[in-house]
Unconditional design. Structure first.
Length: 661
């Protein structure tokens, strides 16, 4: 297979000989010198390693720094990444009143995972025994929170019954009640507090969906890596677009190592939901799997490309929002739901949820008929999830969620039943076959079809805390592949709705496993071809009819402006305007500097190509200029017109043109 190499700016690099070629005298001499130098370097490093281990008493090759007491942060980590600062406009307190917690006390209380119980009304759910969750669905949430709190305390004045937390921006509330009275209180609240539109449920304990794993060598396994990405058409998709800064991907998960080289760029609005601060970095002592889960998921969806490190995210040029919903080693449904609402209200285009219901061991032994019947349980929780999905859809936010890792029917989880507004992702291996652990969604004999698409989820290489990489399994890893793909779709069509995205994903996916009850495997390039804002030029049609060039065209992804020292100045969108088949105008519109650089163009036609030449430097209205470029247009492998930017006879980068008008 032909390999294409990119430098850090996304430009195509010339291929090089492998180090063992060519077999010339000079080649043999320098290889011998290199070998001897390597031996000396290894001896020095071994000496330093032995010395370092004896002095520090710790094996620093372990990316987790785990000495048996859980995750330990990198000692060089700045305090600003660990401690965080308050997040503005989230959980803004109301005026102090007796029925609500004081502003300084209005925080989500931590939960001890060992204290959870099985829900008497749903044997598959583990809940917090002394908490109830309220979601307000009204036009005046602030007024309803105050009214609800007053009514609640009037009914239950005992201090054991209290509003433990509220958030007027999210429209959420957490009630603390005696565990033995929980179900009775829930029933009476619905009956006695009237005139307020709200939903009430228990607070369920969740898991991150991570399979058991053994940390492996973080070195990149290229053959296996490429097999996964080839399976889902990622390399072809990146020829169309690699994302854009105005598309935001929210990763709602455990914790995030924002100092990791693949995650340290393009993030905005980080928040740790429980503390309402920016402290999304994993705390000391937490389980290593929880410490690194969010980072691993984020790396798959948006990890930086072209930096010579680790993995390559599906949407490496999109902005992302790190949202930590863990408290120590635990995650509850309430924290997760509020994290989703935060993402929506912060303008997320895509939200990834690699978190779901925690099921007991052996649940996969449950007969399929009993699993089907279990999909009728937890109706209130299903209503709340449907409400959140509706809020997301109203904001044109597309939610992608992992199917789960218990090898059972995903619809047992009430958050995995909505087929219209949420993208649900099962896991396959590199050959497109169902991962043995993956939940499934197809039971046609019972007229149940919960599946949307499948994606790679076995041995996926991505980021872990303290700057390392590892290969992990799980539908947690499959979901961000699809979230990244949806972000690329949003790059081409910003107003894409969840309904449209689901329709396109399913229509273009490929059924790679016909033996198991899962959906088809995502095909990213084909999905992108279906969701562009405008048509792309077919090269053969254009050669037959040159007038097809007339119109306004836009590059399918952002390009870069660099200064004379090759330092990035800004990102631009490139537009071509042709009012005739032999001439036109180029417009380069910057994203941050609000400049538009224009220049006249000429068009020369050849048998198998056309050349668009810039006749002068592109000038902005405030006197700045851009280098004069030449654009060589040829067919790609799909016979679409591909534009290669040429400068000094060398290909800088390429893109497709999408018709705007």
């Amino acid at each position: 297979m032909k390999r294409i190499y990119y430098d850090k700016d996304g430009r195509v690099k010339n291929p090089h000989f492998p180090f063992w070629k060519p077999w010339t005298l000079w080649g043999m001499i320098w290889r011998t010198l290199l070998f001897l130098s390597g031996l000396i370097l290894i001896a020095i490093l071994l000496g330093l390693l032995i010395r370092g281990c004896s002095e520090k008493g710790q094996n620093w090759s372990n990316p987790f720094h785990d000495d048996g007491d859980g995750y330990q942060p990198d000692p060089q980590l700045p305090d600003s990444l660990k401690d965080g600062t308050p997040v503005k406009d989230w959980g803004t307190p109301l005026p102090d009143m007796d029925e609500l917690p004081a502003p300084d006390d209005n925080v989500i209380p931590p939960v001890n995972p060992d204290s959870t119980i099985t829900d008497p009304k749903d044997s598959l759910a583990q809940i917090v025994p002394d908490q109830l969750v309220v979601f307000f669905n009204s036009s005046d949430v602030k007024e309803d929170i105050v009214k609800f709190a007053k009514e609640f305390k009037k009914l239950w004045p005992d201090p054991q019954y209290k509003v433990a937390y509220y958030n007027q921006q999210a429209g959420t509330m957490l009630l603390s009640v005696p565990k033995e009275q929980r179900d009775k209180v829930a029933e009476e609240i619905v009956q006695k507090i009237t005139g307020i539109d709200f939903l009430l449920t228990t607070n369920e304990m969740l898991e991150s969906g991570q399979q058991q794993y053994q940390p492996q060598d973080p070195a990149f396994k290229e053959q296996r890596y490429m097999a996964y990405y080839k399976l889902i058409q990622a390399p072809e998709a990146w020829q169309i677009t690699r994302g854009a800064k105005d598309v935001k991907v929210a990763i709602v998960d455990s914790y995030f190592a924002l100092n990791h080289k693949d995650l340290s760029e393009r993030y905005v609005d980080p928040i740790h939901i429980a503390s309402k601060t920016t402290a999304v970095f994993p705390p000391a002592g937490v389980d290593p799997a929880i410490a690194s889960h969010g980072s691993h998921v984020a790396g798959i969806a948006i990890g930086t490309a072209g930096n010579g490190q680790g993995a390559h995210g599906i949407a490496p040029e999109c902005t992302w929002i790190p949202i930590s919903v863990a408290t120590g080693g635990s995650i509850t449904a309430f924290n997760l739901m509020e994290g989703i609402l935060y993402a929506i209200y912060r303008g997320a285009d895509v939200v990834n949820l690699s978190i779901g219901r925690a099921f007991p061991d052996g649940v996969d032994k449950t007969p399929l008929g009993d699993q089907v019947q279990a999909t009728s349980l937890s109706k209130v929780k299903q209503q709340i999830w449907d409400y959140i999905y509706k809020v997301a859809a109203d904001h044109k936010t597309i939610i992608c969620t992992a199917a789960g890792n218990s090898n059972i029917l995903m619809g047992i989880d009430p958050g995995k039943r909505n087929n219209e507004l949420v993208v649900k992702v099962e896991a396959v291996d590199s050959k497109g076959q169902k991962a043995e652990f993956s939940n499934f969604g197809e039971v046609p004999e019972a007229q149940l079809r919960y599946s949307t698409v499948a994606a790679p989820g076995v041995g996926i290489h991505s980021c872990v805390a303290n700057g390392g990489y590892d290969d992990w399994p799980g539908t947690s890893m499959a979901s961000p592949f699809v979230a990244g793909a949806v972000a690329l779709m949003k790059t081409l069509k910003k107003d894409l709705t969840p309904q449209e995205a689901i329709k396109i994903l399913k229509a273009t996916a490929k059924q790679t496993d016909t033996q198991h009850r899962i959906g088809p495997t995502i095909q990213i390039k084909d999905a992108l071809m279906e969701c562009g804002e405008g048509e792309m030029l077919n090269f053969d049609d254009l050669m037959k009819d040159h007038t097809l060039l007339i119109g306004r065209w836009k590059s399918t992804h952002e390009l870069e402006i660099v200064d004379n020292d090759n330092k990035k100045v800004d990102d631009i969108w490139t537009y071509f305007i042709f009012n005739a088949t032999d001439k036109g105008t180029v417009e380069n519109k910057t994203i941050n500097l609000s400049r538009t650089y224009t220049a006249p163009l000429s068009v020369t036609w050849d048998t198998n190509s056309l050349t668009i030449r810039q006749l002068d430097v592109a000038k902005s209205n405030d006197g700045h200029t851009l280098t004069k470029d030449e654009y060589l247009c040829r067919p790609d492998e799909n016979r679409l017109l591909q534009v290669s930017v040429m400068r000094d006879g060398k290909e800088r980068y390429n893109f497709h043109m999408e018709k705007v008008e």
